[in-house]
Ligand binder design. Sequence first.
Ligand SMILES: *Cc1c(COP(=O)(O)O)cnc(C)c1O
Length: 417
Amino acid sequence: MRSQDLFEESKKYLPGGVDSPVRAYEPYPFFAERAEGSHIYDVDGRGYIDYCLAYGPLVLGHANPKVKEAVKEQIELGSAYGVPTEKEIELAKLVIKKVPCADMVRFVNSGTEATMSAIRLARAYTGNKKIVKFEGSYHGAHDYVLVKSGSGAMGLPDSPGVPGETTKNTILIPFNDYGAVTQLIDDQKEEIAAIIVEPVMGNIGCIPPKEGYLNFLREITNENNIVLIFDEVITGFRLAEGGAQEYYGIKPDLVTMGKILGGGYPMGSLAGKREYMEMIAPSGNVYQAGTFNGNPISVSAGLATLKQLDDSFYKDLSDKGNYMRKGISDILDEQGLQYQVAGLSSMFQLYFTDKKVMDYKDAKTSNTEKFTKYFHNLLGAGVFIPPSQFECCFISLFHSEEDLEHTLEAIEQALKD
Ligand SMILES: *Cc1c(COP(=O)(O)O)cnc(C)c1O
């Protein structure tokens, strides 16, 4: 098999044979050759229905025709300028129109950069140092947030090389817990700059907020002059045109986005209320910069993507998600299994635990060995899901009824085995 050989070769030159840890799984990952619509094809001549979708960006499927067209046009005109372009204004306007809390936006290159900058801005705005994050949430790979995160860290949520001095100002609390927030704020409100939250946790499987929880976070942060940051790198343009803030009707102060925003090309953004955003350099003095910020190719792909998103699109995605979750639930019932089907809209996951999953601790009760068997079984049947229990599956525009049915059959067989 070529993938196996390539992995052996790759390990000599790239740490662990990959460029991001979650991509390496036993015995070897398949190497991609091409992808189109709902399918990804490997160098061994096999095709898979793809629910990983590059970990979230490809809401319009692989190689979306309109995105391809826009990128081709831009490539002819140059790849990076180091001066502003009209397209950046166009994309900013579109983001601001769609995302409720966004008055202004700064385009960056990744979700990691977006949360790093949002945290700096919140600290500058409040003059406080401490930030609060939830156990199992992932806000990218920078030092301040690399404490008990979920995601590709694959059971290594903390990392050597991150000094205790850096993370001593990062406070961790469990998600969906009201008392933990109240008590923390009672004790330390004078020192807290921000609460950063994934409104739906998507890096520890998929954990939606309890009813009213985001509203509670909004009220308590308002009352205590704490900045509320929604990390919508996954949920932005995924749950609704305006992301989770539209879906749940809660306006944060700042929002970080990425993944879908760049239409499959590297991109992130930080957006929010004008009084915050105007503090960013050069309009204010909070430093943020990047050689590739607002890169014209990513911006073109983002524009071509965002223009295709509307209410009927989200209705369709959500119907597909409901169909999958209901299908998996029915299979579990038939087989008398007590596992948890999680998710909403076009996000889903199956937890191998009999405990309802409401936070990190619950998610960790899953049997990851069973998950790994399930993953390999699906792969053998031509279905690719992220190789970790603590990631989330995504559905795209191009997932057909046939794809979904084939997937449910594969899941039924995998659970039997
Ligand atoms: C993926 C992700 C990030 C990091 O984005 P990158 O583009 O990988 O740096 C941050 N926050 C959340 C919620 C994410 O899912």
